[in-house]
Structures are given as C-alpha cells and as structure tokens.
Design a protein around this ligand. Structure first.
Ligand code: ZN
Length: 279
C-alpha cells in the first residue's frame, strides 16, 4: 500500500490517495471513498478536459488524474486500485517525480500474464484546425510532441523519444505543470487553478519564468506535454505500439484522438506482452 496527500491544483482542496495492489485484469480503478463511487480509468469515463483530465461516474468526479495515470503507465503498472477521499488528485510538485519514487519504493510485482497492447498498422490522423495528432506504424513506442507559444522567450519546443521506463523516469517524470501568468486570472475566474502556486507549477511571465529555482530542463514544457499525453493515452486501456506525433495538442485533443483511434478498427491490431501490478 502506498499513501500520499496534498492539494488539488484546480479545486485547491486537500485529499489523501491510497494505492492498493489489484489482481490482474483489474486495470486502473479509482474509488472516491467519500462518495463510495467507483470510476474505472477509461476513455468512456472522461467527463471534462478543460485544463486537466476529469473522470467521473453518475455525477461524482475525480479531477486531474493525468499525472498519476502517466506515472502508472510510465513505469508499467497495469492493475491498481486508487482510493481518493476528495474531488481531485493532489498536484504535489506538479510533476511525477514524487509519485515515481513512492511507487518504486513500495515495489512492483509481475503477474505472469501476457497483457494486450495496440499495434498501429495504418496512420490515424486527427486535425481539428489547431491541434494535430497522428499515430503511425513504428517498431516500438515513440512520442514526438511540438508546442508553439506566442512568447518572445519560449516559442517552439519539439521533442522525440522512444518510451520505456528509464526514459520516463529520467526525461519525462520531473517535468512540471506550467501556465502563463496572463491566464491565471482567467483560470481563477473560471474556478480553476485555486491550488496553483510556484511550488506546484512553472509560471511563465512576459520576461521569463517566475519560479526562482529555474527550469529542470530547457524544454521542460514540451516534456510536461508528453507526460500529460502518456497519462491521457493510458485511458485507452492498452499500451500503444506506434509513433504518436502531437502538435499544439492538449487534453481535449488527446481524448478526441483516442476516440478516433478506437473507431478506426482497420488501423490497429491487438498484440500481447507481460503484465505487472504494484504491491
Ligand atoms: Zn499536466
């Protein structure tokens, strides 16, 4: 069992999360213990994608699940119970570093079963006029992400990586949530970012970042976008073998792409690999 607590980035509400081992074929299952509601982490459970990914069932919601999901996917955990006693997963330092270390400290057990994965066999493309996401056949798991900002210091960032646990832990997990100072008021007016601070997000002002500790990578923002993508894409329930290329994307387009992928049944096939859980 693993336990952590903290404040939600958007709701500003404190919560405690308990991770419990689960038998094979469970998948990632969230339980809102204060509402006695079970929400399976799946694309069909997504109820909101504005500035975070929110899953829910019957009116009970769990906000900002993407960083925890990314961590579980990034270190290869397929089956787990996530109990949370509030409406949002704590943001911690805005990255996945702490989550990786507490889960690895607890240990991960192999469950001795081949688990299914999706292998992309033909290109799948989503282009909504702003965001573009595609998946193309590739012998492995590769992600390319490009972001473009209208900012005089931070304009374009582009990163391509072959994904495995080591790459996730070193290159992706430490990258923090970020936002523009000029958007903070708008977010707060919409009831978001109430728990946001320089301790859990990189804030970009006109003349650079406001955080005195600096950046963890020169291209930390595109790395965090990959962290978010890994979390959102895990909602499909299967690892994807292929090359995912995303440009100007975000939670909403990630989820729209996954729905398109699921319906593009002639563009992928199911294979099988080993299966693990956390203990
Ligand atoms: Zn994020």
């Amino acid at each position: 069992m693993v336990k952590f607590e903290g404040t939600g980035l958007h709701t500003g509400r404190p919560s405690t999360v308990v991770l419990k081992p689960a038998p094979r074929d469970t998948g990632i299952v969230f339980i809102r213990t204060d509402r006695s509601t079970i929400v399976k982490a799946h694309i069909g459970a997504v109820v909101d994608t504005a500035f975070a990914t929110t899953i829910g069932y019957n009116g009970t919601r769990i906000k900002t699940v993407e960083h925890l999901l990314s961590t579980l996917s990034g270190i290869g955990i397929d089956n787990i119970i996530v109990e949370v006693n509030g409406p949002e997963i704590p943001i911690l330092d805005g990255s996945s570093t702490e989550l990786v270390s507490i889960i690895l400290d607890a240990g991960i057990s192999k469950q001795g079963k081949k688990r299914p994965y999706i292998r992309i066999t033909k290109p799948i493309i989503l282009d909504d006029g702003h965001a573009e996401i595609m998946a193309v056949p590739y012998n492995g798991r590769r992600v390319t992400y490009r972001i473009h900002f209208k900012h005089r210091i931070f304009d374009m960032q582009n990163l391509s990586l072959d994904l495995n646990e080591e790459v996730f832990i070193k290159e992706i997990a430490p990258a923090r949530t970020f936002g523009f100072l000029k958007h903070v008021e708008m977010l707060r007016a919409n009831g978001l970012a109430k728990g946001g601070s320089l301790d859990n997000a990189v804030v970009i002002g006109d003349n650079g970042i406001l955080n005195k500790t600096g950046l963890r990578f020169n291209d930390e923002f595109v790395r965090h976008k990959i962290l978010d993508l890994i979390g959102d894409f895990s909602l499909i329930g299967y690892p994807i073998y292929g090359h995912i290329i995303a440009e100007r994307a975000g939670h909403s387009s990630h989820v729209r792409f996954l729905r398109k992928l699921l319906s593009s049944v002639n563009s992928w096939e199911i294979g099988r690999a080993s299966c693990r859980e956390r203990v």
